[in-house]
Design a protein around this ligand. Structure first.
Ligand code: IMP
Length: 398
């Protein structure tokens, strides 16, 4: 199958960025199709860390990077990200959809004021709400200053009523936002195009596309742990609606962390609110790449993972951060639920540093057993095991 989608199967932060970076060398285009700067995709190359929020993780391999229509686009944040890359000597080959909706300053303010589910505060929910209510401002609106002015005036009038009357705070200044966005729009101008046509034509010309998912299926607006979810579909359907390409033969690689994490509020049945959870957080550096918030940590949940595999029709699995569990005497996997409580199976730990191992057969027996047990429970083959943040710390399982 020529094309690949990489999707998170938990509550995000599965390590998709590393896997996308690693596999993107085999593809011509890498495409973000939903979410926005709430994502924080971390890539480490030769000890140097790059955190990407909007620009696809194929950028370090100099791939064509597409930000498609399903993404909500934060111009200010994008500008910072582009600067960060330029400072590293990287000039991304970028294509940004003219149909993507803009995250505006009032979206970020509303997100902070209304935040009841522990969002990233990046304005994602309010921006998608305006998009669906047909009140959004799109990137294409920036091409005509008069249109942009009119739309911003209407939106800001409405939002400022909310700020003044309900939240009793100072309204936002039209001129400031207008001038800033007109200035920033010049930076993206060279990259803006019809990305649906671009990708359709690339597919017709036998180019290979990698679709980069953000967040995870348990945060999906329809299928996740609603209302403790993000505001986009994070599962396979979004690949098509978020890009404008038709369901072509697509290989689906699901990414699962060897344990579970969640940032923000919401149910998490296998959460560890004890020393073990704290130790996993410290060893796994489980702090949000976007917000710096401490992530909640817990055991691997095979029941939920099986559901999200079904939801996406996943073909193969990548397991990440297996090395983090190397300190544990015993490791638990949730294999069922009884009376709404997780039922655990306990496996012996391997008590070794495995971060330098390059071959599956060289892993300690108990580490192999853990990976094989997950594969057996999920009824899926595991093709990649990641044992550290660097590209080289990856085991391709035959
Ligand atoms: P929002 O996407 O900022 O609206 O946040 C909604 C929920 O999704 C919150 O629980 C966030 O912590 C979570 N979330 C959003 N983006 C990510 C991500 O990239 N990784 C992990 N959690 C995320």
């Amino acid at each position: 199958m020529p094309h690949l989608a990489i999707l998170g199967l938990q509550w995000g932060d599965e390590g998709k960025g590393k896997i996308v970076d690693l596999l993107s060398k085999n593809y011509d285009y890498v495409v973000r199709f939903h979410g926005g700067a709430n994502a924080g995709h971390t890539i480490v190359v030769k000890g140097e860390k790059t955190v990407l929020h909007t620009i696809p993780s194929g950028v370090l391999n100099n791939k064509n990077c597409v930000v498609a229509n399903g993404v909500v686009f934060d111009l200010e944040d994008f500008n910072n990200e582009l600067e960060q890359l330029n400072n590293k000597g990287i000039k991304p080959k970028l294509f940004i959809s003219d149909k993507a909706n803009l995250v505006m300053p009032y979206h970020k303010l509303i997100d902070k004021l209304e935040n009841i589910v522990g969002t990233t505060g990046r304005g994602i929910g309010p921006c998608y709400a305006d998009k669906i209510a047909r009140k959004g401002i799109r990137i294409s609106d920036l091409t005509d200053e008069n249109i942009f002015r009119k739309k911003l005036q209407i939106q800001l009038h409405e939002k400022n009523l909310l700020f003044r009357k309900i939240y009793k705070i100072r309204p936002l200044n039209f001129k400031e936002i207008f001038n800033k966005y007109v200035k920033l729009s010049k930076i993206i101008k060279p990259y803006v195009c019809n990305t649906a046509e671009l990708l359709q034509s690339a597919i017709n010309n036998n180019k290979k596309i990698l679709f980069e998912g953000a967040q995870g299926a348990l945060l999906d607006i329809d299928h996740g742990t609603y209302p403790y979810v993000t505001s986009s579909n994070c599962s396979v359907g979004a690949v098509y609606t978020g890009t404008g390409v038709s369901p072509k033969p697509l290989k689906l690689l699901g990414v699962l962390k060897a344990y579970t994490t969640r940032v923000g509020l919401g149910p998490f049945p296998t959460e560890l609110k004890d020393e073990t959870g704290n130790k996993i957080r410290e060893i796994g550096h489980e702090y949000g790449a976007t917000t710096g918030r401490a992530r909640r940590c817990g055991w691997f949940d095979a029941v939920l993972s099986k559901q999200t595999i079904g939801l996406n029709g996943i073909d193969e699995i990548a397991i990440t951060k297996l090395d983090v569990l190397g300190f544990l005497d015993k490791i638990k996997i949730c294999i069922a639920y009884k009376n709404n409580k997780p039922v655990y199976e306990e496996l012996d730990g391997w008590k070794k540093d495995i971060s330098g191992i390059k071959n599956f057969n060289q892993l300690p027996e108990n580490a192999k057993r853990y990976v094989k047990r997950i594969s057996q429970l999920l009824k899926k083959s595991i093709s990649i095991v990641s044992v550290g943040p660097e590209r080289g710390q990856t085991i391709f399982v035959k």
